[in-house]
Each structure stands twice: as C-alpha cells, then as structure tokens.
Design a protein around this ligand. Structure first.
Ligand SMILES: [Zn+2]
Ligand SMILES: [Zn+2]
Length: 142
C-alpha cells in the first residue's frame, strides 16, 4: 500500500464502538457480491483488510452474526454495534489471521487506496470504475 499514515481510527454511527488500526492494511477492495450488498445496504461494500493484530477495539460492544458464504459455503462473521447495528468488521474462514474493516467506518475516508473492484458480475449495470482500476468479475484470490 502506498500510504504514509500508519494509525487510523474509526467507529460506528452512534459512537459506542471505536477502533484504531496500528499498521497499514494488506489490501483494500470494493466488493459487489450479494453478501456485501446485504451487509451494507449499499450497491457495494469496501473491505480494508488488516492482520488481526493490527486492529484494536478501544471501546464499545459488538454482536456477531455468523453465516455461510453462498459461493464457498465457508463461515463469515460480521461484527456490528449492538446499539446502532453498524457493521464495523468481519472475519472469514477463507482468510485466517486477517480482519476486514468496513471502509466507510474510518473517520478519514481517504487514507487507504482501493486497489480493485471484485465480484463485478453482480454489480449495478450503471456502475462506473475509475481509470486504471483493476476490475474482476469474480473474487480476487491471494
Ligand atoms: Zn453504534
Ligand atoms: Zn463481497
């Protein structure tokens, strides 16, 4: 990642849950899969992936919703504020040791760079992508 800022903070809509990240993300992706649409209620979700040790939850309580991926069948665990229901984070059986933070929950929306758009086969038909953006019809593995 090309970012010079190392520590970032974010939180949920009501402010009860706050977190900080202590190192740069592994990657950041915009995902148009159905799971991300339903998690966010938006046309696509942005996942910023960190080593689990690089995310610290500072305050607040989260609830967990676990379900099976409709493509892989493996578990996904969404973690959300039990008061306002903002989903802040999720972990995946497919990516052990990594934790995704919801891109929209950072105080500063611009500090990470979205590297790719994935699962675009289920994207809205009027979706436009920035020039030079990597666009993948399915998942990006690795
Ligand atoms: Zn909240
Ligand atoms: Zn997705």
């Amino acid at each position: 990642m090309t970012t010079s800022i190392k520590y970032e903070q974010g939180g949920c809509q009501c402010g009860a849950v706050r977190y900080r990240t202590t190192d740069r993300p592994i990657r950041a992706m915009a995902c148009h899969c159905v799971t991300c649409k339903l998690r966010t209620g938006a046309p696509y979700g942005v996942g910023v992936y960190f080593e689990e040790k690089d995310v610290e939850f500072i305050q607040g309580e989260m609830s967990v919703y676990e379900f099976a991926s409709d493509t892989s069948g493996r578990w996904i665990r969404n973690e959300f504020c039990h008061h306002c229901s903002t989903t802040l984070s999720w972990t995946l059986e497919m990516r052990p040791g990594l934790r995704a933070m919801a891109g929209g929950t950072f105080d500063n929306p611009d500090w990470y760079r979205i590297e790719s758009h994935i699962w675009t086969r289920s994207a809205r038909s009027d979706m436009c992508y920035p020039d030079g953006m990597a666009v993948h019809e399915r998942a990006l593995i690795g």
